[in-house]
Design a protein around this ligand. Sequence first.
Ligand SMILES: *Cc1c(COP(=O)(O)O)cnc(C)c1O
Length: 361
Amino acid sequence: MSRVYNFSAGPSMLPESVLKRAADEMLDYQGSGQSVMEMSHRSKVYDSIIKEAEALLREVMNIPDNYKVLFLQGGASSQFAMVPLNLFNKSKKADYVITGQWAKKAYQEAKKYGEAKVIASSEDKTYSYIPKLDKSTFTEDADYFYICVNNTIYGTLYHELPDTGNVPLIGDISSCVLSEPIDVSKFGILLAGAQKNMGPAGVTIAIVREDLIGNAMDITPTMFNYKTHADNDSMFNTPPCYSIYMVKLVLEWVKNEIGGLEKMKELNEKKANLLYDFLDNSKLFKGTVVPEDRSLMNVPFITGSDELDAKFVKESTAAGFVNLKGHRSVGGMRASIYNAMPIEGVEKLVEFMKKFEEENA
Ligand SMILES: *Cc1c(COP(=O)(O)O)cnc(C)c1O
């Protein structure tokens, strides 16, 4: 068996020990005589899995007690509708900062239900920076304020959060969840699809402050109402059972093998710095994001020549570094170095890039 270094933006690498554990438990989960895939979600044994997953997430992310943790389906993309449907209940106004495709999609969805306003955007420079925000432009009576914290496609990250006062801040953290500590209490809602940094596709996690639950718009479908899922401990209908189980294993790995989010951050900074230092000193490659807004998770870079980019993608793939092609909307390359990417993967990638540079510069 040989495994590649997978730089996919999502679904992405999972820790090898997690995959092995899942394999070990595949046919007989802890003496139950069944796979987790086969269990009734109402069974006692499954109940302990979902409860443990929630408890671990609360512990690892230090989630305050006045927040509900919901295990949902429909991807982060469904949250683009769920957020406005649940929160447009006073002024029906919301502010959006457009830092890439995901924020833009969220904004376009919100416009269907209320008065969503773009208060800043970095579209003018292909989203290569996080726009500076001017508080005087914020809508005072907005029902919420929306940001995408880590921009997966463009490789930018908010290193400082906007101060929105009493207006609930909503953060899409699909591609940075569990990568470093985050102050949950600064947010009204945090949302994340699992397939970037917490498990396989199929489960989406929403961390929702309790006072924001229970006032959804009348038109809200039952399944899109946070209250439905909060009242039923994410068991209103069949939850994505196996994906939740995998998230539990990943959380155990973060807690026990890594040692928590402070440690995770250290490791992620080490990996990202290796790559950014190389890019900053390279004669051939160059990062596309302004240094102060760089992501720890997604690192886009270019050579400046479409032919060389294509050659690099081809040769790196052949050498066992896969999924380095940039998003179809921006071209170039992108290395997604999520939690599960070992430091050796980044070291070897940098070595490979050095060699490519010598041969092609
Ligand atoms: C991948 C991604 C999404 C979309 O997630 P789906 O689960 O595919 O709907 C949304 N936001 C961010 C930041 C992402 O990285």
